[in-house]
Write a protein that binds this ligand. Sequence first.
Ligand code: UD1
Ligand code: CA
Length: 428
Amino acid sequence: MNTYATVVLAAGKGTRMRSTLSKLLHPLAGQPLLSHVLKSVEAIPSTSVFAPWRESVATQRPIVVLGHEAEQILSAFGERCQYAMQHEQLGTGHAVLAAQEAVDALAPLPDTVLVCYGDTPLVRSEMLASVLAEHLSQQATVTFLTADADPSSDYGRVVRDSHGDVREIVEVKRATPEQLQITEVNSGVYCFERAWLWESLHALPRNASGEYYLTDLIAVAGVQERRIATVRGSLDETLGVNNRVQLAEAEQVMRRRILERHMYAGVTIIDPASTYIDEEVSIGTDTVVLPGTMITGKTTIGSWCRIGPGTTIYQSSIGERCVIRNSALEESVLEDEVSMGPFSHCRPGAHLARGVRMGNFGEVKNSYIGAETDVHHFSYVGDATVGEHVNIGAGTITSNYNGLTKEKYHTTIGDGAFIGCDTVFVPL
Ligand code: UD1
Ligand code: CA
């Protein structure tokens, strides 16, 4: 049986982000950076490359090493992970060592430790599984993922000898001008033989920067003539996010992936360049998304809808065959065949039943609108229950708010009512 544990490093300061929010919590496609890495780690067992690890300890939660802004991360991820604390941030090698106790407490004791960095959100589960598979088939002491980057990048350089064998990883700060020209870089995903990892980390001296670099273990393995294996990935998967320029680059790659997933699954996206869809959104087949549309949060959209142009939708549920033009929705429910817009707004708690037509400049908040009801032209419906087949005439207002006592009042309109233009409901 081959067993592995996963350690995800998330204790660093993230200084280059210049932020009070932990770097690992900055959103990427609507989800914190760290959650993308966790998702890939969690999905390793379901990949096709995973076969050799089938009986492994993959069901164990990943061990996340925390330090800087630990509470922020703890409250965001809670029980999803196990945690280890790195009290002082003395480098990536030091951070891995902080997880030793947690790893060694696992049963069965893992043979291999997979290490990833929390700031590498684009890495896919298939890639992680290939690093594990290569590690196993090569019977290596250490296996790590590399990529090709431009000589101006800030990644550690992979130094090989004349036989092509890896000798060391050199960080940019300590690289010679010749080494800086090396385009093969370290992506920050490693598999280590567990016993060797702890032994070597304990023996690792502080380097010239006063830190313990995990990358320095490669030279140690080289000197000991241990087997070092590598897997070549692409920067599209291994981009590290150290600053907000790289965050925007990662966002672009992630967004493109999400859009492609929807397109392959049968959603038409007219203009991917102006369409933004968050990770957790689901969209039914044959729905068309028009330009300038942003669909965020945990939103569900049924089949055969037309969404956009110029529409923003957050955390909402939309049925089948709906048409939404130039409108905004937040935390709302639209049943099937609702037509909305142009220029309408559903605020939290709006529920439009089947076949509602909400026209120009309408606003609905915390209200139920019954099936086949029309809310056209400049109307505001807030804190109301409206029946079926109602006609709400132009300029109708539910005056739900008493500015003095700050209370909200509820309006009820029965089935089939015909409300004339310019009506103000003043509920008591
Ligand atoms: C690191 C690698 C570099 C590689 C790059 C890939 C080292 C020394 N360098 O550089 O070779 O090309 O990633 O993206 O490993 N962290 C801790 N505790 C610490 C320091 C860091 O938990 O004391 C965590 C950070 O939160 C981060 C990760 O480790 O998630 C990587 O640290 P970072 O400072 O971003 O390393 P890079 O300079 O990007
Ligand atoms: Ca980094």
